[in-house]
Each structure stands twice: as C-alpha cells, then as structure tokens.
Design a protein around this ligand. Structure first.
Ligand code: ZN
Length: 148
C-alpha cells in the first residue's frame, strides 16, 4: 500500500468513525469554527483540570478532511498539558505549511512523531483543503484562548 493510500484510509476511518464525537455538559472551554470556503463546521468542547485537557468532544459537519482532522485532534489532545497541545497545534500547522517560513514535515518520512495526524500532510497537494484540515486546530486555539 502506498503512503498516499494509507493516508486516505486513515482519513476515511476517522471520518466514518469519529473519535470523541458529541458534547461535554460542563466544558471549561469551547469554540465554534466555520470554513466558509468549503462549508465545514466544527464545535469543540474541552475539560481542563490543572493545566491538562482531561476530556474533549467535537461535533460538526462538512467534508471528510475537516471532520477527520477534528476527530484526530480530539483523540490527540486528551491527557495532554495545555503546553504540549500548543506545541502539537504548531506542529500540525507547520506540517500543513500554514506558518510562513517553515518547510513543514516531510510527508515521506516514516515514523514521525505525529502518528495519524501525518495523514493530514497529504492535503498539501490540494491547497483549498488546507483550510479544511486546519479548521479544528484554529477552533481549538480559540477555545483555549478563552480559558485565561
Ligand atoms: Zn472542507
């Protein structure tokens, strides 16, 4: 199986079986994001205890890239400190080449630290999709920015 196929399967799996889908009754932070270019919507809720994200829930609708990215994100941020989540967010954004001057991670490089999230690197070939993949991460940043 090619890496591209593998990425496509990872994205489809998260799209069809979204992780941590739903809502949290007493969320400490939440935000809603929209990507008007594609019509994607994502709502993110997190519970934070002592600087650690202890629970996360996402719901939304839109294309497979946006919803898979939200699912991967929700999966990746639970049990992580706010600091490591900020680092992870930067890593994902640089992988997507959103931050100027950063070459991003090499999608051909095996065994990278980002795991499933690496699958999102495939969207770089489709610039219009970058905003789809980025939407949950930007929404997460907005949610976390409300916490202090
Ligand atoms: Zn989209």
């Amino acid at each position: 199986m090619s890496l591209e196929e593998l990425y496509r399967q990872v994205i489809l799996d998260h799209y069809r079986n979204p992780r941590r889908s739903g809502s949290i009754e007493q969320a400490d932070a939440h935000a809603e994001g929209h990507n008007p270019l594609c019509g994607d919507e994502v709502t993110i809720e997190v519970m934070i205890d002592d600087g650690v994200i202890v629970d996360a829930a996402v719901r939304g609708r839109g294309c497979s890239i946006s919803q898979a990215s939200a699912s991967m994100m929700a999966d990746a941020i639970v049990d992580k400190s706010l600091e490591s989540v900020a680092t992870l967010t930067r890593q994902v954004k640089s992988m997507l080449d959103i931050e100027d001057g950063n070459p991003g991670l090499d999608p051909e490089r095996p065994g990278s630290v980002l795991g499933d999230l690496e699958a999102l690197a495939g969207v770089k070939q489709f610039p219009v999709r970058i905003k789809c993949a980025d939407l949950p991460w930007t929404t997460l940043e907005e949610a976390l920015a409300t916490t202090d």
